[in-house]
Ligand binder design. Structure first.
Ligand SMILES: [Zn+2]
Ligand SMILES: [Zn+2]
Length: 413
C-alpha cells in the first residue's frame, strides 16, 4: 500500500517504482518482467486506487521505456506491498500513452462526479478505500431534536445546581465553585442516537441553484420519502469545534433534487483591441517563434472551443462546480503567453477565467514538458524573456497587430 500518500493526491500521477521482489509474487503480477532499476507506473482512481505498470524506469538516469506487450498489468494499490516511489508529474508525452489516454478520457467523461474530489475539506468524510463514498448526517426531525437537546440541557443544569447546593450544605467547599472532574458529575447533555443518523452517500456533485446532490447508499431511518439508490439533496456546512473547522454533509430528504445543466455567457471584452503578434528570436541559437496573443471581439470560434472543452469535462473542478451551481457565470478568455516556473518552456494558453459578480477563478495550466505549474507572462515582460533552449536573453524582433484565424484554430470549424 502506498502509505505515505492519500489516494487522491496521486490520482493521474506517474510513479517511478523501486524494484521489489515481492511484486512478482502477487497474484496477477507474475508476468511482470524483472528489473534491476525499477518501473514506470501510473496511479489512477477507478472506484479504488489502481496502479498500472507501463514500463521500465531508471530513476538515476531519469529514463523510461514502455513494455513491448500491449497487456497492461494493473494492481489495486491496497494490494501492493509498501514500496518506494517517486511521483512524476504528467507531461504531454507521458499522457499520450494509449492506456493513460483511455483513463483520462474516462475521467473527463466523469468530470462532474469527480469535481468534488478537489474539495480538500471533504477528505475526512470519504471512505479511505472508495473515495466516492462519503458519510453524511441525517436528522429526520430538526425541531424534535432541538427540543430533546434543550430538555437534556435543563436536566443537566438542574443536576449540577443540585450538586452545588448539596456541597454548600456540607460546608467545607467554597461557594460558586465550578464542578471539577472527579466530582460525581451528571452525564453531559447529549442527543439520543436515534435522532442523528449517519448514512453513506456516493457521487456527491454540484447541482443548480447553489445546491449539491448525491445518491443514497442506504435507506433513511424513519422515513420512506427517500430510499437507497435515490438521488437526494445535500447541504455542505462548515462547523467550528475547538477552533478547528469541520465540514459536515447533511441529507435533506424533503428538498427537491436540482439538475446539473450549465448556462454560461462569454464575457464581453471592455478593453481596446489588444491582439498582437510578438516575434522573438535568439542571438545565440536557432530558436525563433511568433506568439499570436489576444482576442478579437466576440471571438466566437474560441468560445465554441471552450464550450466544447466544458462539455468534454476538460475544465478545472472549481470552475466546473461554479458553472453548474450558478447562473450568473461569464467566461473570459484571451490567448496569452505562459511560461513554466520550473523548466521555462513558453506556451500560448487560452487564459480562461470564470467571472461572477463576486469573484474570479482563473484556470490553472501545467507545463506540457515537465508537468509543473505555468505562470502568465505579462505583455510588458515578453521583451525580456530568456531563450527556452539556451537561456540567453531573447530579442523582440517585431510586435504587430494580426487578424484572421490561426491555422490551428481554423481546423475546428
Ligand atoms: Zn516545464
Ligand atoms: Zn537560444
Amino acid at each position: 500500500m502506498l502509505k505515505t500518500y492519500e489516494f487522491w493526491q496521486i490520482d493521474e500521477r506517474f510513479l517511478l517504482v523501486s524494484p521489489d521482489r515481492k511484486l512478482y509474487t502477487l497474484t496477477g503480477m507474475e508476468s511482470l518482467p524483472e528489473s534491476e532499476t525499477g518501473y514506470l507506473a501510473y496511479a489512477y482512481l477507478d472506484e479504488t486506487m489502481r496502479i498500472a505498470f507501463l514500463g521500465f524506469a531508471d530513476p538515476e538516469k531519469d529514463t523510461y521505456e514502455y513494455f513491448e506487450s500491449d497487456d497492461i498489468l494493473v494492481a489495486a494499490a491496497a494490494m501492493l506491498p509498501s514500496m518506494l516511489v517517486r511521483i512524476v508529474k504528467p507531461t504531454s508525452e507521458l499522457n499520450e500513452h494509449p492506456f493513460v489516454k483511455g483513463v483520462l478520457e474516462f475521467h473527463e467523461a466523469d468530470a462532474l462526479r469527480r469535481s468534488t474530489l478537489a474539495i480538500r475539506s471533504l477528505d475526512p468524510l470519504r471512505d479511505p478505500v472508495r473515495p466516492e463514498i462519503l458519510t453524511a448526517c441525517f436528522i429526520r426531525d430538526e425541531k424534535r431534536k432541538e427540543k430533546a437537546y434543550e430538555e437534556e440541557v435543563d436536566i443537566y443544569r438542574e443536576a449540577v445546581e443540585a450538586m452545588q447546593v448539596s456541597q454548600d450544605e456540607k460546608g467545607g467547599k467554597k461557594r460558586d465553585k465550578e464542578p471539577e472532574e472527579g466530582d460525581d458529575l451528571p452525564e453531559p447533555p447529549a442527543v439520543t442516537d436515534d435522532m442523528i443518523n449517519f448514512v453513506q452517500i456516493k457521487d456527491l456533485m454540484p447541482s443548480n441553484n447553489g445546491t449539491w446532490r448525491a445518491v443514497l447508499l442506504e435507506n433513511l431511518p424513519g422515513t420512506r420519502l427517500k430510499r437507497k439508490g435515490d438521488d437526494v439533496d445535500i447541504s455542505v456546512e462548515t462547523v467550528t469545534v475547538d477552533d478547528a473547522e469541520h465540514t459536515v454533509l447533511f441529507v435533506n430528504h424533503t428538498m427537491p433534487v436540482e439538475g446539473t445543466d450549465i448556462s454560461v455567457q462569454s464575457y464581453k471584452p471592455t478593453r481596446l483591441p489588444w491582439r498582437l503578434a510578438y516575434e522573438l528570436d535568439c542571438a545565440s541559437c536557432a530558436f525563433t517563434e511568433t506568439y499570436y496573443l489576444g482576442r478579437h471581439g466576440e471571438d466566437s470560434l474560441m468560445f465554441k472551443e471552450i464550450l466544447s472543452d466544458i462539455r468534454l469535462g476538460r475544465i478545472d473542478p472549481p470552475i466546473l462546480i461554479d458553472l453548474v451551481q450558478r447562473d450568473d457565470c461569464e467566461i473570459d478568455f484571451s490567448r496569452e503567453l505562459y511560461r513554466c516556473r520550473y523548466c521555462g518552456t513558453p506556451e500560448v494558453m487560452k487564459r480562461l477565467r470564470l467571472i461572477t459578480p463576486d469573484k474570479t477563478l482563473s484556470a490553472i495550466y501545467n507545463c506540457l514538458e515537465c508537468g509543473e505549474r505555468m505562470s502568465l507572462v505579462k505583455r510588458g515582460h515578453i521583451a525580456s524573456l530568456d531563450c527556452p533552449d539556451c537561456r540567453k536573453p531573447l530579442n523582440l524582433v517585431s510586435e504587430k497587430q494580426w487578424s484572421g484565424v490561426l491555422e490551428t484554430e481554423a481546423t475546428l470549424e
